[in-house]
Design a protein around this ligand. Structure first.
Ligand SMILES: [Zn+2]
Length: 289
């Protein structure tokens, strides 16, 4: 389905920090000044291991709507809360009451006659109702590293989080326990911008390289969030012929946007990594940005 004004993405893209932040802002806008009059959830595996019956208790005013990494934390009046993760294909959409939404798995009915659906075709998303006070203590949240946007991230903090990892730099960046929110796309984009090879060992990075990488992380996340601001819906479904908005991700075989060399790819930690061997040499060398 194509919606006018909606942005299209390259195939197989999963939501990362910027997309989850946009989802958070959409929810905040839709819920502002309104009450949830009824909540309902179908029996699907997005509730695996969680008390689905509790979902119907999520009514009234939404008191806070936070994000950490790729997780959303909603608290409702009456000390009730919800942890939500979009997984691969999850998204929140707002529709008029009565409209059927394909792949809708859970719904918030609002007092303005609209319905917020959590739709998820592939069911890798996750919902976990929990008392509001317990949300930050849930295992999924406790185990997360710093969120670069919510909590900030300095070069020193990044070095501390990644420095002892024996993994390649990109795999370490995608480890949610080290830094929360980066996935295959924004890790690749940040490394390209910083001119660092994805397989570099974190211990080999020099202070100025940590600085560059930290700056690049902030830059790619901020740019992605700015681009998507104000859009009603963010569509992440695979679409034929959609334009690739990224500098390096998904560009294997095409010219590098910086130097024109052919973009390379290899498998790293089970995922495809895209990089430019000229702009991102495996050996550290002095370079100017
Ligand atoms: Zn290049």
């Amino acid at each position: 389905m194509r919606v006018p004004g909606a942005r299209c993405y390259v195939a197989g893209r999963m939501p990362e920090l910027p997309e989850v932040e946009i989802a958070r802002r959409n929810l905040a806008r839709w819920l502002h000044g309104h009450r949830v009059v009824k909540s309902e959830a179908d029996n699907t595996r997005v509730f695996r291991g969680a008390k689905r019956a509790r979902f119907s208790e999520l009514t009234g005013r939404v008191e806070s709507l936070d994000r950490k990494g790729k997780y959303l934390l909603l608290t409702f009046e009456g000390e009730r809360g919800l942890l939500a993760h979009l997984g691969m294909t999850g998204k929140f959409v707002r529709r008029p009451e009565g409209q059927v939404e394909p792949h809708s798995r859970a719904r918030f009915h609002l007092d303005d006659g609209s319905v917020i659906h959590f739709k998820d075709s592939r069911l890798f998303g996750r919902m976990e109702p929990a008392p509001a006070a317990r949300l930050p203590q849930l295992k999924a949240i406790r185990e997360l590293g710093r969120d670069p946007v919510v909590e900030g991230l300095t070069a020193e903090q990044l070095r501390e989080a990644l420095g002892r990892s024996k993994q390649g730099l990109k795999v370490a960046l995608m480890d949610q326990g080290r830094v929360a929110g980066l996935g295959n796309i924004y890790a690749a984009e940040a490394l390209f911008l910083a001119g660092l090879h994805p397989a570099r060992k974190p211990a080999s990075l020099k202070p100025e390289e940590w600085e560059r990488l930290t700056q690049a992380i902030h830059e790619v996340l901020q740019a992605a969030m700015a681009q998507e601001q104000g859009e009603e819906q963010v569509y992440l479904e695979e679409e034929q012929g959609s334009e690739n908005p990224f500098r390096i991700y998904g560009r294997a075989g095409t010219p590098c946007p910086k130097c024109g060399a052919k973009v390379q790819s290899f498998t790293q930690g089970g995922r495809t990594t895209h990089f430019c061997s000229k702009c991102q040499p495996l050996r550290s060398k002095a370079r100017k940005r």
